[in-house]
Design a protein around this ligand. Structure first.
Ligand code: ATP
Ligand code: MG
Length: 214
């Protein structure tokens, strides 16, 4: 029985490697050098598939992978129904925030009950956040470079991921609200958990031990 793990290239792949190692799994090919989308490991029964970060929940939900690692941001936008999320891996940490141009008075706009134009890739999280606050917003869906929206007049505010804040600063934007902390989670296909219970449990337990001993 082969176990397939879905990872995205970049920080999630890099930060999952030590956890895999703790579970006795070593990826034997470097995704930055190889063009392969399916990477072998030292274990004959374990392979890694490389997918776009936003595609991880889809692969796991429909059984294209048994397990995967995805950001809380991605899981919230996806909906995450039917996905078992046994572990917060405490990796790829950042936060989801509201940011505006330095010269935009966000507090005043909120106080006056103005409609605020918000550009974001995270429309579900943003809609919920502003609804909870009772703030009227027009959401503009973007797929990248949210920082550009307030600078070009496309939007008054953005909802985006922030880690150090240096990208915001470089673009004369300021963080005005933190919506939630973000980290990546292990997600597991429900049917796979039943059919391949023992090997999947072993991976979950090894990850769990590795996380709590950090
Ligand atoms: P791409 O950047 O290739 O368009 P992506 O943004 O979907 O793809 P990553 O940038 O690797 O992929 O982000 C993957 C996950 O890592 C995100 O879903 C989020 O949970 C987390 N993440 C994103 N940006 C940061 C950051 N600056 N610091 C820490 N974690 C982050
Ligand atoms: Mg990115």
């Amino acid at each position: 029985m082969t176990i397939t793990l879905a990872l995205s290239k970049g920080r999630i792949f890099e930060e999952t490697l030590p956890l895999l190692k703790a579970a006795g799994i070593e990826v034997t090919e470097d995704p930055e050098k190889s063009r392969k989308l399916i990477l072998p490991t030292n274990r004959e029964d374990v392979r890694v598939v490389l997918v776009r970060a936003t595609d991880v929940p889809t692969y796991v939900q429909h059984g294209g992978a048994d397990l995967g690692v995805a950001g809380r941001d991605v899981l919230l936008e996806h909906g995450g129904e039917q996905l078992y999320q046994p572990l917060d891996l405490q990796i790829a940490k950042c936060r989801m925030s509201v940011a505006v141009r330095e010269d935009f008075d966000y507090a005043a706009a909120v106080r006056q009950g103005s409609r605020i134009r918000v550009a974001t890739k995270y429309t579900q999280v943003a809609r919920q956040h502003f609804a909870d606050k009772g703030v009227h917003v027009d959401l503009i869906k973007l797929y990248g470079s949210m920082e550009l929206a307030p600078l070009t007049g496309l939007a008054d505010a953005i909802v985006d991921l922030v880690s150090t804040g240096s990208t915001l600063k470089a673009n004369h934007l300021v963080e005005v609200e933190q919506i939630m902390p973000i980290s990546s989670r292990l997600v597991v296909n429900q049917a796979a958990l039943k059919l391949k219970r023992q090997p999947i449990r072993a991976i979950i337990d090894a990850f769990s031990t590795a996380i709590s001993s950090r």
